[in-house]
Design a protein around this ligand. Structure first.
Ligand SMILES: Nc1ncnc2c1ncn2[C@@H]1O[C@H](COP(=O)(O)OP(=O)(O)OP(=O)(O)O)[C@@H](O)[C@H]1O
Length: 254
């Protein structure tokens, strides 16, 4: 059984067809890259998976359960987590408090001693993304790259089974990008990270930095004008003439 199964998703904003009959499947522990030109519908798809938008048509299943009409918090409780293109931290609160919010959230409560363990898990999530030394600083002191990593720590504190990342590498330096890509690959393998536990987290990663994405993705789905243009391994997608014409070619000319 697939961990996530989205079927026949369509979404229209006024006269604009942002998504048209899109299918997306994610297996347990799989990393799926979601790419496509600006405006292709990637963020719209992410928002439907999270319950921020309702699709006009189509259904979403997570762990075999129909979640199409569930609110976001219930999806999080089931094991979905996400980070967004633009981080929105609680700026005046310490970095650790930003992560604690997630650790105390609806999913935290599934384990008996969650209140006692929340602090430890929040710290370990910060350790995982390499900003534990800033735990007591207000979130406002973090650099752009560190804020992106804070978002990831916050998502990880819920110990998700599927993590959806919207441009995690954007705004990161090359060194930060490489470190984060390695951390995500470790997370997918699973294991214990301090007091955090991962069974091998699956991921959907929206990204324009293709060389980094292609190193860690098992499969890549290409959206174009709201429809799936192509799908395959990174190698297959990179040499697909339709993809080169619609997207990669454009990058090459940029
Ligand atoms: N809330 C909204 N209201 C109206 N139009 C929207 C809304 N959200 C997205 N759109 C439009 O839907 C289309 C798809 O946008 P979307 O943000 O999903 O693309 P994207 O692939 O994520 O692009 P990018 O790479 O620039 O983030 C765009 O034309 C966008 O302007």
């Amino acid at each position: 059984m697939d961990l996530l199964q989205a079927e026949n998703l369509s979404k229209r904003f006024g006269g604009l067809q942002a998504l048209y009959r899109v299918d997306l499947r994610v297996k347990e522990g799989e990393i799926v890259g979601l790419i496509g030109p600006n405006g292709a519908g990637k963020t719209t798809l992410l928002r439907i998976l999270l319950g921020i938008h309702r699709p006009d048509e189509g259904r979403v299943f997570f762990k075999g359960k129909a979640i199409t009409s569930l609110p976001t918090w219930e999806r999080v409780r089931l094991g979905l987590a996400a980070t967004f293109q633009s981080p929105r931290p609680l700026k005046r609160l310490p970095v650790i408090a930003n992560v604690l919010v997630a650790a105390y959230g609806p999913r935290g409560g599934r384990k008996g001693d969650w209140v006692k363990r929340a602090e430890a898990r929040a710290l370990d999530a910060l350790e995982f993304v390499g900003i534990a030394d800033k735990a007591k600083e207000p979130a406002s002191v973090l650099s752009g790259g560190e804020l992106k990593r804070l978002e990831i720590a916050r998502a990880l504190a819920t110990e998700p089974e599927l993590l959806i990342l919207d441009e995690p590498f954007a705004g990161l330096t090359p060194v930060e990008t490489e470190l984060l890509a390695k951390s995500l690959a470790r997370l997918r393998k699973g294991g214990r990270f301090g007091r955090l536990h991962s069974e091998g987290c699956a991921m959907v990663i929206i990204e324009h930095k293709l060389s980094e994405l292609f190193k860690i993705a098992d499969r890549v789905v290409v959206l174009h004008f709201g429809e799936v243009l192509a799908e395959g391994t990174p190698e297959e997608v990179a040499r697909n003439p339709k993809v080169i014409e619609a997207y990669l070619g454009e990058e090459a000319h940029a």
